[in-house]
Design a binder for this molecule. Structure first.
Ligand code: NAG
Ligand code: NAG
Ligand code: NAG
Ligand code: NAG
Ligand code: NAG
Ligand code: NAG
Ligand code: NAG
Ligand code: NAG
Ligand code: NAG
Ligand code: NAG
Length: 417
């Protein structure tokens, strides 16, 4: 019964009573787990400075720590904190910690991971966090944390940092460039100001960078060219200016690149043709500079290709779409694309969503279409609304005029001329 209440409270809104119930469940289950498994070295205890800091932090955030987190008696590094429970997707263990108890010849435990996910925590990031000197994984996602990211964050041996979906503000501290072990940086949907610090170019182990909708402006730093391991780069919906950086085309491990909704100038660099591992590419809202389409010809892994409002002036025939056989969603709308719709697009077996509206296409549509493009009408309205909900402005009624829809068993363009 309590377990059910607890998990429902963490997925929906959660009042204080439910939170306390959660703590009881956590406390009870930790005692049980601690009895069942004793994976930490016998006699190891948590650094008292860290215990005090942890209790203070959770106190400041209005979350009561469970009884097992007792400075004088209990020890937070027990149970799920030291066994192999996955706390990332575990609503019961939230807030949750993980400890490493191998310090000082297996006598001292230190907190290496702290997760306070979607608990409606209100307030600033407490100064006491600095005491958790061995934090490698910090997830404070989806709370109501205000104020700046402290510069002491640069001192952690951090590998995974997620502060996404908070109203954190101020400039991002350049000290984050000292987190040279960082693999994933997630700060999407915050309220930062100023430039993205060029020091982030020192994070050469970084594989994932989520900085969309974060409030940044100014040039996108050229030092990011050093992040050769990047697989995911989401920078949409900021106010980055200047030309779309040519160097992005040298980040050849990229699989998912999103840069809509900025003030980038075109053209789309030809170097993007080297990003052959891309499965998802989303570019939009380019300010000026006429782009061509040829660069997509070699991007044969693409599932999702959105080049909406990119000032593309090219003939659709410039691309052999047969090679883009994995395409599921293709959106080339709001450009100046000329020529006829080639049969090869409509033959794509995986293609489900096709948007070619607001271009200068001519001629009539080919008759034959792949079966996956059937009956798209209803699905399209729904899915395009989801796809664009974060980054662009969609008027649903208007949409009907520029997608392909089946009419009497045939395809036709609505509002196509
Ligand atoms: C903490 O531990 C001490 C000593 O074991 C005990 O006296 C005290 O009641 C405990 N406090 C809580 C809140 O459990
Ligand atoms: C570490 O602990 C083990 C077991 O308690 C002991 O035998 C060993 O001498 C210790 N090593 C050091 C370097 O203190
Ligand atoms: C974001 O910052 C601006 C000022 O830079 C402020 O007006 C606005 O209220 C902030 N939004 C939130 C959600 O804190
Ligand atoms: C951390 O970053 C700052 C500013 O980027 C730099 O001045 C400082 O030397 C760095 N500290 C360490 C320990 O690397
Ligand atoms: C980090 O980046 C800055 C600015 O890009 C640079 O001046 C500094 O030397 C770099 N530090 C290290 C340790 O690489
Ligand atoms: C785009 O606009 C910027 C500033 O408005 C201008 O400096 C630049 O020359 C323009 N580029 C092109 C290709 O028109
Ligand atoms: C695509 O790849 C081929 C073979 O590697 C190369 O010759 C061609 O120039 C590439 N096309 C584009 C547009 O980059
Ligand atoms: C398009 O690509 C397909 C698959 O690579 C190839 O078989 C076909 O000959 C190409 N068509 C043209 C016109 O280049
Ligand atoms: C669209 O393309 C045509 C032909 O390439 C060109 O003449 C025209 O200027 C372009 N229009 C815009 C708005 O770019
Ligand atoms: C897009 O196309 C529709 C239908 O042809 C037209 O009414 C609308 O003005 C166009 N919008 C833009 C921004 O070009």
């Amino acid at each position: 019964m309590m377990r059910i209440r607890c998990s429902s409270s963490s997925s929906g809104g959660h009042g204080g009573h439910q939170l306390i119930l959660c703590w009881l469940v956590i406390a009870c289950s930790w005692v049980a787990v601690a009895r069942a498994q004793a994976q930490k070295p016998a006699g190891a205890t948590t650094d008292p400075v860290e215990v005090a800091a942890l209790n203070t932090i959770l106190g400041r955030w209005g979350t009561k720590p469970p009884k097992t987190w007792n400075i004088t008696g209990g020890d937070p590094c027990t149970g799920t904190a030291v066994d192999d429970t996955d706390i990332d997707n575990n609503p019961i263990v939230n807030p949750g910690i993980k400890c490493d108890c191998t310090f000082n010849n297996n006598t001292v435990c230190r907190i290496v991971k702290l997760r306070v996910y979607a608990l409606n925590v209100v307030g600033q990031i407490p100064a006491e966090l600095e005491k958790l000197t061995h934090l490698a994984n910090l997830n404070l996602m989806q709370n109501y944390l205000t104020g700046p990211v402290p510069s002491f964050f640069g001192k952690f041996p951090m590998q995974y940092l997620s502060l996404a979906i908070n109203p954190l503000s101020g400039p991002l501290p350049k000290e984050l460039g000292n987190l040279t072990n960082l693999i994933s940086l997630g700060i999407s949907l915050n309220n930062f100001t100023g430039n993205l610090p060029e020091e982030l170019g020192n994070l050469t182990k970084l594989e994932q960078m989520y900085i969309d909708s974060s409030g940044f402006s100014g040039p996108f730093p050229s030092t990011i060219s050093k992040l050769k391991k990047l697989k995911i780069l989401w920078i949409s919906d900021n106010d980055f200016t200047g030309k779309i950086p040519d160097f992005i085309g040298s980040l050849t491990n990229l699989e998912d690149l999103r840069l809509q909704g900025n003030s980038f100038q075109g053209p789309i660099p030809a170097s993007f043709s080297k990003l052959t591992k891309l499965t998802s590419l989303r570019i939009g809202d380019i300010v000026n500079g006429s782009s061509s389409l040829a660069f997509i010809s070699n991007l044969t892994s693409l599932n999702v290709l959105i080049l909406r409002n990119c000032k593309i002036s090219d003939n659709l025939g410039a691309v052999n779409f047969t090679k883009l056989s994995r395409l599921n969603l293709l959106d080339l709308s709001f450009n100046n694309i000329t020529g006829e719709v080639p049969q090869s697009i409509l033959n794509l077996n995986s293609l489900r969503y096709l948007f070619l509206g607001n271009n200068s296409l001519t001629g009539s549509l080919p008759d034959v279409k792949s079966s996956s493009l059937n009956n798209l009408y209803a699905k399209m309205i729904f899915s395009i609304a989801m796809i664009y909900s974060f980054h662009t402005f969609v008027i649903l009624g208007f949409l009907q005029r520029f997608f392909v829809q089946p009419t009497h068993g045939k395809l036709s363009f609505m509002g196509y001329q």
